[in-house]
Design a protein around this ligand. Sequence first.
Ligand code: NAP
Length: 297
Amino acid sequence: MQGGARLIDGNAIGATMRAELAGEIAALKKKSIVPGLAVILVGDNPASQVYVRMKGKACDEAGLYHETIKLPKDTTEADLMSLLERLNANPKIHGILVQLPLPKLIDSNRALHRIDPRKDVDGFHPENVGKVAVGDPTGFRPATPYGVQQLLIRTGVETKGAHAVVVGRSNIVGRPMVALLLQDGPGGNATVTVCHSRTRSIELYTRQADILIVAIGKPEFVTGDMVKPGAVVIDVGVNRVDDPTRKQGYRLVGDVKFQEAKQVAAAITPVPGGVGPMTITMLLYNTVQAARQWANP
Ligand code: NAP
């Protein structure tokens, strides 16, 4: 194929999905339910500040109630826990999200496990991890792999029977991605291989992928020769690399060498503008799901 991969446009698909969600938000409002999201930011990580701002803006645009709670970086675990308890009990809040990474003083797992599973819109509580693993639709699917699955469904990529190779096994992306691809339903029924940092000769696996999903946080790690001709490539990575030609001194690149991979692949997500906008969209979906389930337990 001549330089010809189709671009999978996460901005456009995300916008369509947010427009579709507006109907459900309006229906809930008629019943006096306004889905509400609380986002907690501890410390001053610059990337986290940007993500938190984007989440608040997305809530405003969608007509959701939201609170962004900023805490200093020396916040104790006990203080965070009591905030989580207050939010668990707050009827205006249906979804609670703790922006990661947390400062080292706080045990992330303990904090995430303190969120009421019914409000755990990130889907990191073991109750939701378990529900997603067994395909229970009341579980919250972590927003990034949920968004990847929607990109595949909405661009007509057939996952059923396809060989999907997931590179990365984090609790946030890789592992839940595997669970979703294995489900018996749309965007599922794939044959799944998972690779990670101890995988030997990783290119042997990536080259067999009909669908290659990469989430490792290593700039441009996957080169064109690691991609099977005609594959669908989903690049989850977001990495800052120095670029003195840019005003801010850096540019964003994915985990895939885009210019090479797009010569080989049939379809590919750009970075930015691929998976990122879908993550925020699916967070809105999960918040609306939480409000719906709260109203109809
Ligand atoms: P993470 O928690 O650091 O996990 C990275 C995973 O990649 C680990 O499983 C690690 O293996 C594996 N890995 C690291 N180096 C590798 C290598 N050389 N070969 C094969 N596997 C390797 O990262 P994450 O949270 O999953 O995020 C991954 C990337 O996605 C990051 O760039 C992040 O910024 C991006 N991200 C984007 C979005 C979005 O909305 N667009 C959302 C979340 C994350 P081990 O387990 O063996 O260490």
